[in-house]
Design a protein. Structure first.
Length: 450
């Protein structure tokens, strides 16, 4: 049977939808959240249920096509030529057990829905900063959150998963029933099975308190040193993000921030004010703006002002073992060099605490890593890409001497593989799990090195 007729038959059999290249909707359907990534699948499926998903797997097997589940979020990494993209939006169940501190969500659920469901309960989800990112993509990729020093990586919270295997069987698994698959699901993505639902632990957060201190760019190095020194004795309840912002001089931005540079230290605790720790940072420079008080995950998500619609963007990430004085000075000097204007923001996250003591075995780990950094290069219309490429390369060169041996999948850039996230032994372990569960390679290999 010809490839096109197989997929036509599959489309007719689905309760959901299957969009093929000759469909007028295909150009929009094939696009990922990050519109800077140009991907070229052979079809885009939106199954309505597990039976639909089995139909897609059967058609893929008959045509020699790989199946790539692509959740909502920022993680697209390649063009996916020859694959069928699967969107799991219809798997939208959400059930919370507040007594046990456990939640079950479908793989199409986004963090925003979870955050809203938990508002005012005294529990928080180990969610990322963007409410539009899917729970599944984030969790299966490791996932670093506002609560990671308190509760570990998002993948560490994963208790169980409902997995559709390449052979069509669908079952709930956990560490008792299938420890190797659970280990792979905690950080390597969906390369060993299609996850339809997840069960994970919530974070006990009875009194969430947040603070933000904004400084002039001239104080950046001194403030960053104060934050670095804070890490030595910061309690696990304290989580810290630092944002170095350099707003481009472009007409798309409001006048009050256009062309300005500043540094903001954001603190979040799960057990009330941390005024003494905040004072240690406040003394490092002249505070231009300050906010503090009780907050909530929903408030944090709104304040993050993440795009709510697909948009183009680029960036570079790095995990560091340490931030010594020389590295801080070099990074901030690089930051303010005129030719580095394409980098609008550098986000620096304090690690340690619960991240150094994972509760469950998983491929993803930030154990022994001190800091997680990400440089954001926006894509503006009619702006050439070469300056941004040069700035991202320079950012990586500055950090090269302090790079940690591993990072997490959710912080990989386009084209980067899981080799940056694990040892050679852990990569081979992934291959072994995949070979056992999907010997024909029906599921897309994702970021597994080829």
């Amino acid at each position: 049977m010809a490839l096109h007729s197989v997929w036509d038959s599959a489309a007719a059999a689905l309760r959901g939808s299957l969009i093929l290249p000759d469909d007028d909707a295909f150009a929009a359907a094939r696009r990922p959240w990050n519109l800077a990534i140009d991907q070229h699948p052979i079809a885009v499926a939106s199954p309505a249920d597990v039976d639909d998903m089995r139909t897609v797997l059967s058609a893929a097997r008959d045509t020699g096509t790989t199946v790539a589940v692509q959740p909502s979020g920022h993680g697209a990494s390649g063009d996916l030529s020859g694959a069928v993209i699967v969107r799991m939006a219809a798997f939208d169940g959400l059930a919370v057990d507040l007594d046990a501190g456990i939640i079950r969500v479908g793989s199409g659920v986004r963090w925003g829905a979870v955050v809203q469901a938990l508002e005012g309960t005294g529990w928080a989800a180990p969610a990322g900063t963007s409410p539009v990112v899917s729970v599944a993509g984030y969790t299966l990729g490791g996932g670093h959150s506002w609560f990671s020093r308190t509760a570990g990586l998002g993948s560490d919270s994963l208790r169980a998963a409902w997995v559709l295997r390449a052979d069509g069987t669908h079952e709930r698994i956990d560490d008792a029933s299938d420890p190797e698959t659970m280990w792979a699901l905690r950080g390597a993505g969906g390369i060993v099975g299609i996850v339809t639902d997840l069960e994970f632990d919530l974070v006990r957060a009875p009194s969430i308190w947040g603070a933000g201190l904004t400084f002039d760019a001239a104080d950046s190095a001194a403030v960053l040193r104060a934050v670095r020194d804070l890490a030595a004795d910061a309690p696990p309840s304290l989580n810290v993000f630092v944002d170095s912002m350099r707003m481009p001089d472009v007409p798309q931005l409001p006048d009050e921030i256009r062309g300005r540079s500043f540094l903001t230290v954001q603190m979040l605790t799960t057990d009330g004010p941390a005024s003494d720790l905040m004072d240690r940072v406040r003394r490092a420079g002249a505070v231009r703006q300050e906010t503090s008080g009780p907050t909530s995950p929903a408030t944090l998500a709104a304040a993050a002002a993440e795009p709510t619609d697909p948009t183009p963007g680029r960036g570079a990430s790095a995990a560091l073992t340490a931030l010594d004085d020389g590295m801080i000075d070099e990074l901030m000097a690089f930051r303010e060099a005129p030719e580095q204007w394409p980098i609008m923001g550098i986000n620096i996250r304090m690690l340690g605490a619960a991240l150094d003591a994972p509760r469950r075995p998983g491929f993803a780990t930030l154990k022994g890593v001190g800091w997680l950094l990400h440089a954001l290069v926006p894509v503006f219309p009619a702006t050439p890409s070469e300056p941004g490429d040069a700035s991202m390369a320079g950012f990586r060169r500055v950090l090269d001497r302090a790079l940690a041996p591993h990072t997490v999948t959710t912080f990989l850039g386009p084209g980067e593989t899981l080799e940056r996230c694990g040892t050679a032994e852990s990569i081979e372990r992934l291959r072994a799990v995949r070979a056992r569960l999907d010997p024909d390679g029906l599921l897309h290999e994702g970021r597994l090195p080829r």
